[in-house]
Design a protein around this ligand. Sequence first.
Ligand code: URA
Length: 309
Amino acid sequence: MREAIEALVMEFKQLKRSGEEHVLLAPERLQSLQDAVSHMATHPAEEGKESRPLLKVTRRDQEGPSVFEQSMQDKASLVQEQAPRLTPSESAFPAPPSIELPDGSKQEQWDWLKERVLSCPVCDQNTPRGKRIVYGVGSLDAEVFLCGEAPGADETVKGEPFVGPAGQLLDKIMATAGWTRDELYVGNIMNWRPDTGKRFGNRPPTSEELAFCLPYLKAQVAIVKPKVIIALGKTAVKGLLFGEDNFSLGRVHGQWHEFEGIPVMPTYHPSYLLHNGTNQAKRMVWEDIMQVMEKLGRSISERQRGYFL
Ligand code: URA
């Protein structure tokens, strides 16, 4: 049961990272969750863990916000309790690699970098046996570079970014804008899936993990030389633009920024839309994508302009 609750917390964390600020639960669902948490708190031996409650759950109909309606800040500290804590020795993460691309064609540079990433000992150590390190794919002449955060379970099996449900939705969004996947380049800030030590859930990379992988992403950007980068979700935006968490994706999405002199459009991660498929959420992302189309001189039909209104 503890594992299921922890998976749920990880899920909330993932939602928060991809821009979700609220999660509404029906009272009976909330009650079940509350019962499960109380059960764990009062039966620690059964769970084999200490009795510290994992979540403080309140009903929506009680005065004040429920735990699911607290501010992002509150949720951050809530999920932080669940995040693996780094001991001093673990926190001495290796320094980021220094990458100097060899002379040669884009393809030669890309092949060289791929080899470098796939043989990176730190990436290897962080990739469980039987899973794969994930390197970017796509057209080396792409005008749009899609930057995600970290591979998920499906990606570490295939060794390619965005091949799972979020990737399929990303393909649909980009197709709606007129791009096929093979015209784009798709990469992630992280080359490995941050380990949760559990069977379920994802966790955001630590700042050290992020800083370690960033030079690999930067080198891919230097090879492709896209006209625009789309940063998908909070971790990608953090890695490319801000380096820290104290910004709101809700505020920065839809505004142009720069990475290495290349315009960056921050937007929500497709997994956010998988969890929040409202027209309002779709429209927010779509407006960001239309800005990219405009920047690249693509015509936008009346029909396209009206999507999700
Ligand atoms: N989410 C990402 O950010 N990247 C992937 O490759 C898959 C899911």
